[in-house]
Design a protein around this ligand. Structure first.
Ligand code: ADP
Ligand code: MG
Length: 402
């Protein structure tokens, strides 16, 4: 007997449940598609493109809808000889400035053996190289900056590119910028001149409601799972749980995928509701672990200080008890301790992430209010995560548990 054999139950094509799978059709986004189409119409007419800004929380279809519609746009404009459309897609995750975006864009357009270095050029020089590259492509060029909020307030490029033609940097090119952001705050914090230029056409993607998520899941499941792989109510449970939490299709898909994996691991041929609940717990757990790892250095220090107290049964603890532990650990780790109030902000963040629980208490007759903190997650998990922190000198109590 062989060790491995193909699944004949549950998953028919599990890749279809992955978030990077591009669906052939878009479900439940009629209004947004309509607005997007209208904003792209000048391209079809061979006119100067509008700049478009899409925003909405993660998992609400911004990337999927853009890919779908821009592919259609390319197909449908092929019939017009006077429209020469190129779409250049850049994911800006990990790019924190206009300079980096410009360099990466140049490298996206160039052959592998002609890449430019990511440092060392004056910004204007990189823009000049970029304009040369765009000129050599010519025609209408749509530049899609996905996850553009990563560039923060260094947003010069969003001003420069849309105006490059009227400023005489581009001659034969009609550039259009499509910015996609997960962060509502990013739009408001754009410099006023960028806001005027980029946000010519804004399209907001609201979170999905349960019936919309159910429709999206159902479409996906038809190809991804074998018939009868889900018990009645499973799809609507995944949709309902995700709608209550984030309204994200990504979350709903992940939940169903994980539930399927749990069913497969248990050797069962049907996904039932309890698999979905288990899947949710598992995903929440890994999300919290991820949240702990991604904290800043002072977030890590505040976490370790609270953990130290928890391991000595000294939680729930007040800020006035956690703060001295934090100071000591920071000093031993060669970090300048923050003032107490700033450190308290980090504790508040930890409770927002679901890592700590916190309660407000009243000071009795003296009046005033204070907070008490305690771990909301399993200490063993916290110890495992903390063991990987670099550059933090762990107190003995914690070190013994890692
Ligand atoms: P965002 O870019 O807003 O974070 P995505 O476009 O990546 O979200 O969507 C997350 C996942 O959900 C992807 O797998 C995507 O294919 C799917 N999805 C989202 N919205 C829809 C939709 N309206 N129809 C079909 N699939 C969708
Ligand atoms: Mg996206």
């Amino acid at each position: 007997m062989s060790t491995f054999s193909r699944d004949t139950e549950i998953f028919r094509d599990e890749d279809m449940l992955r978030e990077d799978y591009q669906p052939e059709s878009i479900t439940a986004r009629e209004e947004e598609l309509e607005a997007y189409k209208t904003a792209l119409q000048p391209v079809v007419n061979g006119a100067q493109p509008r700049n478009i800004f899409l925003y909405g929380k993660t998992g609400v279809g911004k990337t999927a809808v853009s890919r779908y519609l821009l592919t259609r746009l390319q197909q449908d404009t092929a019939q017009y000889d006077d429209v020469d459309l190129s779409v250049v897609w850049l994911n800006c995750t990990n790019l924190s400035s206009s300079y980096q975006v410009a360099v990466n864009l140049v490298n996206e357009l160039r052959e592998p053996d002609e890449q430019i270095s990511t440092t060392g050029y004056p910004q204007q020089r990189v823009f000049d190289i970029l304009y040369e590259e765009l000129e050599s492509i010519g025609g209408t060029i749509l530049l899609v900056f996905d996850e553009i909020d990563h560039i923060g307030s260094d947003d010069e490029i969003l001003y420069e590119l849309p105006r490059a033609r009227s400023n005489g940097y581009l001659e034969s090119v009609k550039p259009g910028v499509i910015g996609i952001s997960n962060d509502f705050g990013f739009r408001d914090e754009l410099s006023p001149k960028v806001k005027d230029t980029l946000c010519e056409e804004e399209i907001h993607f609201p979170p999905y409601q349960a019936p919309e998520l159910e429709a999206i899941l159902q479409r996906r499941v038809d190809g991804a799972l074998y018939d009868n792989a889900t018990a009645a109510g499973v799809i609507s449970l995944c949709a309902a749980l995700s709608a209550q939490d984030t309204g994200s299709a990504r979350q709903a898909l992940n939940l169903l995928y994980k539930a399927g994996e749990l069913a497969r691991a248990a050797g069962e041929s049907t996904i039932i509701e309890s698999h979905v609940h288990e899947a949710r717990d598992a995903l929440e757990q890994s999300q919290i672990e991820h949240g702990m790892r991604e904290l800043t250095r002072h977030g890590h220090l505040a976490l370790v200080a609270t953990l130290d107290l928890a391991l000595q049964d000294a939680t729930p603890a007040r800020v006035r008890d956690i703060y001295p532990r934090y100071r000591t650990i920071a000093e031993h780790s060669d970090a300048d301790p923050l003032v107490r109030r700033r450190m308290h902000d980090h504790l508040a963040d930890l409770s927002m992430l679901g890592i700590l629980d916190r309660w407000a208490r009243n000071e009795g007759r003296a009046g005033g209010q204070y907070y008490e903190y305690e771990f909301k997650v399993d200490l063993t998990t916290v110890c495992e995560v903390v063991a990987d922190f670099e550059g933090i000198s762990l107190p003995d109590t914690v070190a013994r548990h890692t």
